[in-house]
Design a binder for this molecule. Sequence first.
Ligand code: DGY
Length: 327
Amino acid sequence: MPLPKVFMTQKIQEAGMSILKDKVDITLWSDEGRPDPRTVKRDLPHAEGLIMTMGIPMDREFFKRAAKLRVASLYSVGYDNVDIAAATESGVMVTNTPGVLTDATADTALMLMLMAARKARENERIMREGGWTHWSPNQFVGKDLFGSVLGIVGFGEIGRAVAKRALGFGMKIIYTGRTRKPEYEEKLCAEYLPLDELLRRSDFVSLNCALTKETTGLIGERELRMMKKDAVLINTARGAVVDQRALYSACSEGWIWGAGLDVYEKEPVPMDEPLLGLENVVMMPHIGSAAVSSREGMARLAAQNLVEAIEGRIPPNLVNPDVLKRI
Ligand code: DGY
């Protein structure tokens, strides 16, 4: 019996490749870079399974073309690039990789917070340029995390992991989200507030919500103007949660202190992006999960999900359980 045909956008860690070995017939679309869209288009009708790394939109047209597809296993926790309704209608199981990147993403949020607060970009540049000529009480001075208020937007696993770390830094936690989560409030000393109130009271705002219709453009000019003048905005969620043009105005015109970003409206960020010119904006290339154990965990989960589905079982991280009624 020939093995089920599976296509993979880019090579994943051995932890995942070894699970797939001898179970499926894998074709790699690309080792490292972005796969050629023409190749993807050509191969899609033959795919029974897919392992998809970030960046390829999977819309209705995509699923229509993938006529034999049974499972699209995402190498990510976010699935905002997938038309879930279309996948379900086409009888395609969609899976993701929750849990394994929670800590790495929360670490990234704290890193961005510290870098923006302590002016890491500017101070490092000055030092490398020879501007550190004397010690001064007033030079290189940033903001404290200690004693400040952190507002977390989205109190899911990652938001709560950010809260846990922030408590260690002596921050006070307030949060908002679709639903109040009283079960975590005592443990994380966290207070629930509506978004506007949270924005007014926070010294740091960390975005940790999923990208949905409701959260697209959640932070725009109105919200940025509500924030304190010395507040910092951190985004490790998805770029489209923030109106990037409004954020540029906020950071360049002093509505807020600055920002720490790991995600953008357009990725990779084009070199003419105005935010690149601002020293009070720390920018990372979507590295939230880019730590060894996270990436290995993502590879393992993506492979396990794919094998379970392809062998006719319900994969552990099925995003669209309604599909089970159709297959
Ligand atoms: C995810 O998994 O959704 C992350 O953004 C990728 O690291």
